[in-house]
Design a protein around this ligand. Sequence first.
Ligand SMILES: Cc1ncc(C[n+]2csc(CCOP(=O)(O)OP(=O)(O)O)c2C)c(N)n1
Ligand SMILES: [Mg+2]
Length: 348
Amino acid sequence: MAPRKSASVSSRKTAAKPAKKEFTGSNIAEFDRDQDMKAYREMLLIRRFEEKAGQLYGMGFIGGFCHLYIGQEAVVVGMQMAQKEGDQVITAYRDHGHMLATGMEARGVMAELTGRRNGYSHGKGGSMHMFSKEKHFYGGHGIVGAQVSLGTGLAFANAYRGNDSVSVAYFGDGAANQGQVYESFNMAALWKLPIVYIIENNRYAMGTSTARATAQSNYSLRGSGFGIPGMQVDGMDVRAVKAAADEALEHCRSGKGPIILEMLTYRYRGHSMSDPAKYRSKDEVQKMRSEHDPIEQVKARLIEKGWATEDDLKAVDKDVRDIVADSADFAQSDPEPDVSELYTDILL
Ligand SMILES: Cc1ncc(C[n+]2csc(CCOP(=O)(O)OP(=O)(O)O)c2C)c(N)n1
Ligand SMILES: [Mg+2]
């Protein structure tokens, strides 16, 4: 039998075409006053909630893991502003912001952090494992990259049912190097599944910078081998996120299959609560906070356009602080699950 001629990599005719450059990711949505006020309020709620969660953790009220989202608020808020009722959200362990953005109650999230009965998982899931079918929030996952495959499954369900919902699956720059992400990309592209893959590139995976860990640091190109288009987006500007989200969701809803949004963002706090943060300088964090903070950007715009006064914004802050304080009180006074509940709601 004649030996089969092996094709050289470069001569293969079956190689996937690179994704067409039809998206830029650099558009900025025009917000009216209501949209800017909404974005301001929602981002502030996440920030104040996270600050309080950090305090409660320090006081010993929260056990286990707790990963704060401070700095990245514009990503979930901009995405949520573009989503429709029924679109599913799934993410990793840095998840409190995603939950609040979907409209889940601060009380239920905080009570879950403190392991109480009226937490979203009845106090048995904690920070990384909360769900709300009502708000189409599918977790909260501690295995890096796992939510990408699960989110692809949600998109498969949408296609199978023939509804026009889109699955929005968030993952980090570190997770983007996991193998199951590419198995998911392949299936999603093959079956044209309605899913927006959001890579929250906050520059670090625990203490490892993207520069040290990744061969292709333009994550928006990560789907090109499968023909999945992608955009790099300023994830610190809620209007840029909203504009990219509008395009991406429309792409999915019109049956064109998956799309990737790489959100260029930054986390101000450590990876989790026990992070000495020796892998970056204080100056780096400070520069990001002072020049790109997502909330300050909206605040400055509201004032500059004359859409709100300092007093108006202080009133929003007061309102948000009240919601967070109430959630913290609730999370400390709500009872723990009864002993008889030890074996319910869990997998044995
Ligand atoms: C499969 C698996 N490997 C390793 C870990 C440990 N781990 C937890 S978070 C993390 C870093 C992930 O970084 P990234 O995806 O960038 O998300 P970020 O924390 O920046 O939001 C690692 C390696 C894990 N939880 N699961
Ligand atoms: Mg990261």
